[in-house]
Design a protein around this ligand. Structure first.
Ligand code: NAD
Ligand code: MG
Length: 412
C-alpha cells in the first residue's frame, strides 16, 4: 500500500478512546527533546494521570538522569526502563546510579524494546526524523495508544503504519498542534460529514523576506521562531514551509482526506491551530495559546481536556485574526511536499530523507537557505516513484535518497 490511498482514516473518526483506569502507563521516546521534556512536565503536574514506565534518549544521559529523579520525587515514575541509543552515552548510563537500574541495550534494539514494553498503555513518540518509523510500527502492532508527535512516521510510512494499527488495534492520536486541533474539531463526527481541512501555518521567521534576504538567511535567523519553541530540525522546516508540507501529508494519512481538499493558510499569530470544514459549509476551529503541552495532554489522556496551567487567549486584547495565502514561489517546499504526497510511496520517503540531510547541512552552515528546496527538488527528480510494501523497502529507499541528496551537498 502507498500513502497515496489510505483505505480508511488512521485516526478513529467518530469513535472515542478507550478509557484507562488509573494513571496512563506511558513510554516516552525522545525524553530529552522539546516534545519529551514537555511531556515530562505534564507528568510532574499530573502524576495521578500520567506515569512514565520508560524513557529514551539518543545521548543526553545527564539530562535524562535529572528528569527521572524529578519524576520519581513526585511519584510519576518508579525505576522506569531506560534506553540510550548512542554506544558511548550508553556506557555512561551504565555507570549512573539512577539510569543503570533498568537499562535496555544500546542502539535500535533498546529503542524498539522501549517502544514495545509490556504493561504499557501509551507510547509518546517524540523522536525526530525517519528514526521514528520503526518504533511507531512496534507500538502500533502492540495495540498501544500512540501519542504521535513524530510526523515523519506518517509521511514516510503512512500505509505501513495504517496496516500495523489495524493488525494491533492501536489508537493513533496526533500531537502535532494542527492535527490535534483537527482531531478536537472532528471528535464524534463521521467521515461523511467532512468536506475539507484547513491547516494554519505561522509562516515562520522569514515569512515576509524577499528573495535576496532568503538567499542570505543564516542558521541564527531561521532558529528564531516567532511563536513556537521547538527542536532545531522542525524549526528549520517551519521556516522553509516544509513543515507544513509534511503536515499536509500527515493530515491526508490521518484523516483520509484527498490532497485537493487540504488547504494551507498563513496565520501569523498561531492562535487558530487549524479548521475542519463540513459538508454544509460549517467550519470548526480550535484556538489556544501556542503550547505543545495542550495537544500532548489531550493525546496521552485519551482526548480529555484536563486542567492545565498555560496562557489563555484574551480575544479582546487580540482584536483581530489575520490569514493570508502561502507564497509557494518563495517557499517551494510546500509544493514539493504536496506533489510527493500525491505520488505517494517512495516519493514521500525521498522527500523526507533529502530534507533531513539538507537541513542537517544547513544547520552545519554547509548550504544556504535556498539550497534546501533546490537540493530536495533535484533529489526527487532523480527518484522513480514506487509502492512501498514493507519496512525494509522503505528503509532502502530512504538510504538511496540520502545518498542522492548528499551527492548534491558541497563537501567542506
Ligand atoms: P528534538 O530534536 O528536540 O528532540 C528529539 C528527541 O529524539 C531527542 O530526545 C533525541 O535524543 C531523540 N533522537 C534524535 N535522533 C534520534 C535517533 N536517530 N534515534 C533515537 N532517538 C533520537 O525534536 P522535537 O522538536 O521534540 O521534535 C520531535 C518530533 O515532534 C518531530 O517529529 C517534530 O516534527 C514533532 N513536533 C515537534 C513539535 C515541538 O514543539 N517541538 C511540535 C510539533 C511536532
Ligand atoms: Mg505542527
Amino acid at each position: 500500500m502507498t500513502s497515496r490511498e489510505p483505505a480508511l482514516p488512521l485516526y478513529h473518526l467518530g469513535g472515542r478512546c478507550r478509557s484507562i483506569p488509573g494513571p496512563v502507563r506511558t513510554v516516552l521516546l525522545g525524553a530529552t527533546g522539546s516534545i519529551g521534556t514537555q511531556t515530562v512536565d505534564l507528568a510532574l503536574q499530573h502524576p495521578g494521570e500520567i506515569r512514565l514506565e520508560g524513557l529514551t534518549t539518543r545521548s543526553r544521559v545527564a539530562d535524562l538522569a535529572v528528569l527521572v529523579k524529578r519524576l520519581e520525587d513526585v511519584g510519576a515514575a518508579d525505576r522506569p526502563w531506560i534506553s540510550v541509543l548512542d554506544i558511548d552515552a550508553h556506557a555512561a548510563a551504565a555507570a549512573d546510579p539512577i539510569l543503570s537500574r533498568r537499562l535496555l541495550p544500546p542502539g535500535e534494539d533498546g529503542l524498539l524494546a522501549a517502544a514495545g514494553l509490556e504493561g504499557v498503555d501509551c507510547v509518546v513518540n517524540g523522536l525526530v526524523g525517519a528514526a521514528g518509523l520503526a518504533p511507531t510500527l512496534v507500538a502500533a502492532e502492540r495495540g498501544r495508544r500512540l501519542a504521535l508527535a513524530n510526523k515523519e512516521s506518517l509521511v514516510i510510512g503512512g500505509g505501513l503504519v495504517a496496516e500495523a494499527v489495524r493488525r494491533g488495534g492501536a489508537e493513533v492520536i496526533p500531537v502535532d498542534s494542527e492535527h490535534s486541533a483537527l482531531a478536537q474539531c472532528l471528535c464524534g463526527r463521521s467521515p461523511e460529514e467532512l468536506e475539507s481541512l484547513i491547516l494554519t501555518a505561522s509562516g515562520g521567521p522569514c515569512r515576509d523576506w524577499d528573495a535576496v534576504q532568503l538567499a542570505n538567511a543564516s542558521r541564527a535567523d531561521v532558529l528564531a521562531h516567532p511563536t513556537w519553541e521547538m527542536g532545531p530540525k522542525i524549526t528549520v522546516d517551519s521556516a522553509t514551509l516544509m513543515n507544513k508540507g509534511l503536515e499536509v501529508i500527515e493530515a491526508h494519512v490521518l484523516f483520509g482526506v484527498a490532497y485537493d481538499a487540504i488547504d494551507v493558510v498563513v496565520h501569523p499569530g498561531s492562535v487558530v491551530h487549524s479548521l475542519a470544514v463540513f459538508r454544509d459549509g460549517a467550519m470548526m476551529a480550535q484556538l489556544g495559546a501556542p503550547d505543545m503541552r495542550v495537544p500532548l495532554l489531550y493525546a496521552i489522556t485519551g482526548e480529555r481536556h484536563l486542567p492545565l496551567a498555560t496562557d489563555r487567549i484574551d480575544l479582546k486584547a487580540l482584536g483581530a485574526l489575520r490569514f493570508a495565502a502561502p507564497d509557494e514561489e518563495r517557499f517551494p517546499c510546500l509544493r514539493l511536499a504536496r506533489d510527493a504526497g500525491r505520488a505517494g510511496g517512495r516519493m514521500t520517503i525521498a522527500l523526507n530523507a533529502a530534507n533531513e540531510e539538507v537541513v542537517a547541512a544547513f544547520l552545519a552552515d554547509r548550504v544556504g537557505f535556498l539550497d534546501i528546496p533546490r537540493i530536495i527538488a533535484s533529489t526527487l527528480d532523480s527518484t522513480e516513484p514506487a509502492d512501498v510494501s514493507d519496512l525494509e523497502t522503505a528503509l532502502a529507499y530512504d538510504r538511496e535518497a540520502r545518498r542522492l541528496a548528499k551527492e548534491r551537498i558541497p563537501t567542506l
